[in-house]
Structure formats: structure tokens, C-alpha cells
Design a protein around this ligand. Structure first.
Ligand code: SAM
Length: 276
């Protein structure tokens, strides 16, 4: 199967309200994700001619770095969001052309056989709520012996921030909008993730959780970041602009009073495994 025939889109059942991002803002604000992702890329031991998937490639800031490390290889960037892929194409296609394909599809339903030598993924897996299905799906597209090298949110990721969000969601002004709401993330512990990878058929599994506290420069940057990179699914449920503003204002005020101010309590889950 030639996976590099064309850019393509496969059907997904997810509505655009839960799969789309503001890609221009993400591209501009994703310095924290890019710095974490570079450390993941530094863990790779590449020959330079592999076919690699970037699972949840977003706007492709790290996909470009991956392609630079694969002068004789090819990369398929996968993402659910058309906006993200459009932005990735805009800044990567001229440079990498035939060595890059971008495919709009769900990581839970990959339209490939066992065609990849490796999978890289950064800051994406926690947006997928079923990791058994996710890791089985990834395993199914790797050559025997193919590798997975990735990082996502895990352990107590954003526990302080999420506690504030949860408290705010239950105040009378906002409560009705969040009835039946489920957080759009899954943050596994290192032990849970290792078990899930093994259940999916991976071997040589190594997982760890590390603290990555991230301080934003000022109130405006914090506001933009939490609105577009963390809480976009929450805000989509608030039907009026003044409600969305009041929700974010409250969180910005609390963060301004922290020491240090505007710090997000990020924790990252590192995953390394081989398709057994
Ligand atoms: C925070 S962004 C990370 C982008 C990039 N890897 C980076 O580190 O900057 C998470 C990406 O995962 C994608 N994503 C989330 N769930 C997905 C799924 N089920 N299938 C494919 N992509 C998904 C989102 O659309 C988004 O572009």
C-alpha cells in the first residue's frame, strides 16, 4: 500500500465543534508544546530513511523538524482538524513537498496497513479518551518492531488549574451550560499507560511522568492561551460572549494572584514502546 499517494480526508463521526482548533492562534502560542516536543524528537534514533507518522501533528511545527531529521524518509501528519492541517500545509508543503503527506482522519480509525517504521506524537494523546482503542489503532499501522515515541499530558496534569475550572463550572451563572459535561482529556499515570500499551500488544514499554510548570508572560498571553489551547471545548458551551469573558476573567484573576503569576501546572507523560 502506498501511503503517500495524495493528501486525503477520511470520514469522521466527530462534529467540527469538537474537532476544530483556531490553528493560527495555536501556531503562534504553542511555544510550550514545541519545546516539550523537541525533547521527544531528541530521543529518536533515526537512520534517516524511515516512514514515520506524526500522530496529531497540529500545525506541523514539530513535523517540520521531524522531516529535517529524515532526509531520506517520509512523514505522514495525521490530524482530525482541517484548520490545523491547512496551517501545516501552508508552512511545510513548499519545503518538503513529496516527502510529506497530511491526512485528515481520526487516530482511532487509521486508514493504513502496517506501513510505518515509527510513530511520533506530541501533546495529542490526552485529547483521545479511549487509550485502549488508541494504542491498538497505532499498533495496527506499525511494522513488526516499529517504534512509538511520544509525550502527552499525564499524571496530575493541570490539577490545580482544572480544580479552579471545575469550581467555576458549578457556580449558578455557569452551571446550566455544563450539565453532563465530561472533561475532554484523559490523563493517565505512567503505570496505567504502560499497562494500556502492553494490552495493545506493545513491548519494551517505558513510561514516566515529569513536571513541566509553564509560566506565561502576562495576563493577555495567559488569557489567550487558556481560551484557545486548553478550554476551547468548555467555552464552546457558553452561549454568550459576556459569559465566556466572565469565565476566563475569573481564571485570569486567580492566576494573577499566584506565585509565580500566570503559571500552568503542566505534567507530561513520556511513552516509548515497540510493536511486538
Ligand atoms: C495540542 S495539539 C498538538 C499539535 C502538535 N503535535 C504539537 O505538539 O504542537 C493536539 C492535536 O491533536 C489533534 N487530535 C486530537 N484528537 C485527535 C484524534 N482523535 N485524531 C487525530 N488528531 C487528533 C488535534 O486536532 C490537535 O491538532
Amino acid at each position: 500500500m502506498d501511503i503517500f499517494l495524495a493528501e486525503k480526508q477520511t470520514p469522521t463521526t466527530q462534529p467540527s465543534s469538537t474537532r476544530e482548533w483556531d490553528a493560527h492562534i495555536y501556531h503562534r502560542l504553542s511555544a510550550p508544546q514545541v519545546s516539550w516536543g523537541k525533547k521527544v524528537l531528541a530521543r529518536l534514533h533515526l537512520r534517516g530513511d524511515e516512514d514515520v507518522m506524526d500522530a496529531g501533528c497540529g500545525t506541523g511545527r514539530l513535523t517540520g523538524e521531524l522531516l529535517e531529521a529524515l532526509p531520506g524518509g517520509r512523514v505522514v501528519g495525521i490530524d482530525l482538524s482541517q484548520h490545523m492541517l491547512r496551517k501545516a500545509r501552508e508552512h511545510l508543503h513548499a519545503h518538503f513537498n513529496s516527502r510529506l503527506s497530511l491526512v485528515a482522519c481520526d487516530l482511532l480509525d487509521l486508514p493504513f496497513g502496517r506501513v510505518f517504521g515509527g510513530i511520533v506524537s506530541t501533546a495529542a494523546f490526552h485529547w483521545v479518551l479511549d487509550h485502549d482503542l488508541l494504542f491498538r489503532s497505532l499498533h495496527s499501522v506499525l511494522h513488526p518492531g516499529g517504534w512509538l515515541e511520544s509525550q502527552c499530558g499525564g499524571g496530575p496534569n493541570l490539577a490545580v488549574f482544572r480544580q479552579r475550572v471545575s469550581a467555576l463550572m458549578s457556580v449558578p451563572k455557569f452551571r446550566e451550560f455544563f450539565s453532563g459535561f465530561r472533561e475532554p482529556w484523559l490523563f493517565q499515570t505512567a503505570e496505567e499507560a504502560a499497562e494500556t500499551l502492553r494490552r495493545a500488544g506493545f513491548s519494551k514499554v517505558s513510561t514516566s511522568v515529569e513536571a513541566a510548570p509553564t509560566v506565561l508572560d502576562n495576563a493577555q498571553q495567559y488569557r489567550e492561551f487558556i481560551s484557545n489551547v486548553i478550554l476551547q471545548r468548555h467555552l464552546a458551551l457558553l452561549t454568550a460572549e459576556d459569559l465566556r469573558t466572565a469565565f476566563i476573567d475569573n481564571l485570569v484573576e486567580q492566576a494573577a494572584a499566584d506565585t509565580p503569576a500566570f503559571c500552568l501546572d503542566y505534567w507530561r507523560l513520556n511513552l516509548s514502546a515497540t510493536a511486538g
